[in-house]
Design a protein around this ligand. Sequence first.
Ligand SMILES: Cc1cc2nc3c(=O)[nH]c(=O)nc-3n(C[C@H](O)[C@H](O)[C@H](O)COP(=O)(O)OP(=O)(O)OC[C@H]3O[C@@H](n4cnc5c(N)ncnc54)[C@H](O)[C@@H]3O)c2cc1C
Length: 493
Amino acid sequence: MTSPSSAAGPIIVWFRDDLRLSDNPALRKAVDSGAPVLCIYVFDDGLDGQRPLGAASKWWLHGSLEHLAGELEKAGASLEVFKGSAIDFVPRIAKAVGAGAVYWNRRYTEAGIAVDKAVKQALRETDVAAESFNGHLLYEPWEVTTKAGDPVKVFTPFWRAARATGDPARPLPRPRTIEGWPWKKGTSPAPVKLASLELEPTKPDWAGGMRDAWTRGEAGAQERLSTFLDSEMKGYADNRNRPDMASTSRLSPYLRFGEISPRQVWHAGHAALESGRSDAGRDDLDKFLSEIGWREFSYHLLFYNPDLARRNFNARFDAFPWKTDSRALSAWEKGMTGYPIVDAGLRQLWTTGWMHNRVRMIVASFLIKHLMLDWRVGEAWFWDTLVDADPANNAASWQWVAGSGADAAPYFRIFNPIGQGEKFDPKGDYVRQWVPEIAMLPDRVLHSPWTAAPHDLRRANIELGKTYPKPIVDHDDARARALKAFETLKSAA
Ligand SMILES: Cc1cc2nc3c(=O)[nH]c(=O)nc-3n(C[C@H](O)[C@H](O)[C@H](O)COP(=O)(O)OP(=O)(O)OC[C@H]3O[C@@H](n4cnc5c(N)ncnc54)[C@H](O)[C@@H]3O)c2cc1C
């Protein structure tokens, strides 16, 4: 870290995955310095080696940037948006405005870290101070270690070690006013209009379902958190596996884009319980915060295994005999596998950009084990279609289901999509919402329509194979095939 130079220019706050004003360490530090503040966002679209955002994430980003710009304006500043390589643009912008310093909150992907290093280096060469902060995690990946000082590979000891380092810092207050640095027209490089990034779909506009489901931006995040803590967290420990209930927080896209910080979630959760505002139990809060712990663990894994989305954490899986089957993949993507709980999840994903965690596990297990398709194929689909597509959580979770990950479910644990549906969607509300063409089936056969008697099918207006697919694989056969493939892996080891 170097101190801001005495230049009369502004301090630049470079926004990335921290699209909020409250508990934003980089912004807070810039405002507290007393210098005018120039807020920027650089959309690199993969130019700097980062994985390009998926379509649903781009849609989210548009709304989030729009909201951030509005909030900054209300506080007295503005958001200047650029399109291009950040390695090129950030130092040039700093030079053009005579910035005293550039502040940002850290990222943890390999490419993100490389970009930040390059920018820091370039700024220092021109005597512009650069400083980065933790705005994304409760604990920095390197702060949590085994007793021997190594990275931790198992969740329970990871979370125990993380918690032993103490409570996460209190969130920083939101700046009430920000003295903005007015961008002079004609300064190069020139900012662009947000719309010119073409982040939102137009022809066709497929984002209607996502628009109905979400309010993007910091205010939407705070509202979601309050609603969850006040009226939905009660019962979380028991109900979090129930896709038919509003049983989880749905904070994931807000955490992904940093419209809310995990520190805020942590402290608001405790405050809600202590003040009696929430009638949830302590076990509900602890379980909920341990899921935030899984997010921390995923980032810890990503930091020490930068190719987590590309390479098996457990190299033994490199020899796995994955299949290539474009018809099966397409049926899975479209939610047309013939297994109602699987199809419901994939259609919820397609329509809203989000899927319940239990169903994510079921559909991932189905792709990997019933269809024997490489987990990376599913990871890529989620990356494109999830509004919360996250470089750490997505990769770590797919590897967890595949059995190739750290502290993963064993490969031989193969979810039965019928049993899972009956257990976690017992009345079939979730399936009926997302697979309406079988909604009229009686509960007892809803999760296995092919077992329905002909008169049940007739009464429900279903013609299997026409109005709803027959199962694309037989569960017992697929299970046996997957286990056999796994055996070859064991004998090859
Ligand atoms: C195959 C697969 C892929 C996934 N891909 C993603 C992804 O791209 N982005 C993503 O944020 N989560 C991912 N998850 C984890 C989890 O499904 C979602 O975080 C969760 O469903 C989001 O809903 P929520 O906010 O209501 O969760 P809540 O139950 O309310 O949990 C609160 C927060 O904790 C974190 N969290 C919860 N579960 C997990 C988990 N298992 N691993 C890591 N963090 C967790 C999330 O940030 C979440 O918002 C994936 C899970 C699976 C099985």
